[in-house]
Write a protein that binds this ligand. Structure first.
Ligand SMILES: Nc1nc2c(ncn2[C@@H]2O[C@H](COP(=O)(O)OP(=O)(O)O)[C@@H](O)[C@H]2O)c(=O)[nH]1
Ligand SMILES: [Mg+2]
Length: 198
């Protein structure tokens, strides 16, 4: 899978500012600092198209990218670095809920989880919410390079059990090593069905 051109289109917080496009769209969602921006850069083979940060909560807008004039990627703002359970009334909730409910071209959400963390209440609520709105999603367990080989199977089991999803329905990734890239692109293509990318 090779993307030749990846361009930043715009940032938006409300629907009126979303770019108008007929292209299919894939959105990345997850806790602040889980590695959304890094995974997008890794999938696109770019070092810094999407800014990454070690400070949680930096991305507060929805950022749209266009790939080869065929596909859109959106980097959604991260949720929950507080102990409070996710509330759709908070600004993250409003922004992301509106996006998930109303973005017509949205084909798939990539839901990122950190291999070192057990899913908390906020993460479980996001999973339930994706279910509720019937948004197709793929779970990605990322930062796999941070776990020892011997721990990976067990971590994957604990994380998927905590979210009530099947272990097979997740892709193990690392933006650092490139692990999972190919598998993730194949799965994305299954959802988006861009024939020239097969
Ligand atoms: N070891 C490791 N670090 C990662 C990985 N992905 C992201 N990071 C680091 O985690 C931090 C947050 O990443 P970022 O992509 O900005 O997260 P975001 O807030 O979800 O967009 C940065 O310091 C990244 O370098 C990964 O796969 N492995
Ligand atoms: Mg980010």
């Amino acid at each position: 899978m090779k993307i030749h051109s990846a361009i930043f289109v715009k940032s938006a917080t409300r629907k009126a500012h979303y770019p108008e496009t007929a292209l299919p769209e894939v959105a990345f969602v997850g806790k602040s600092n889980v590695g959304k921006s890094s995974l997008i850069n890794s999938l696109l083979n770019r070092k810094n198209l999407v800014k990454t940060s070690s400070t949680p909560g930096k991305t507060q807008t929805i950022n749209f990218f266009e790939l080869d004039g065929k596909l859109m990627f959106t980097d959604l703002p991260g949720y929950g670095y507080a102990r409070v359970p996710l509330s759709v009334k908070k600004s993250w909730g409003k922004m992301v809920e509106t996006y998930l409910r109303e973005r017509e071209g949205l084909k798939l959400v990539i839901f990122l989880l950190d291999i070192r963390r057990d899913p908390g209440e906020d993460t479980r609520q996001v999973a339930e919410w994706l279910d509720y709105y019937q948004v197709p999603f793929l779970t990605v367990i990322t930062k796999a390079d941070k776990a020892r080989k011997s721990e990976i199977i067990q971590r994957r089991r604990v994380i998927t059990a905590g979210l009530n999803i099947s272990t097979e329905a997740t892709v193990l990734c690392s933006a650092r090593t490139g692990m999972g890239r190919r598998e993730l692109w194949e799965k994305i293509n299954d959802f988006v069905k861009i024939s020239s990318y097969r």
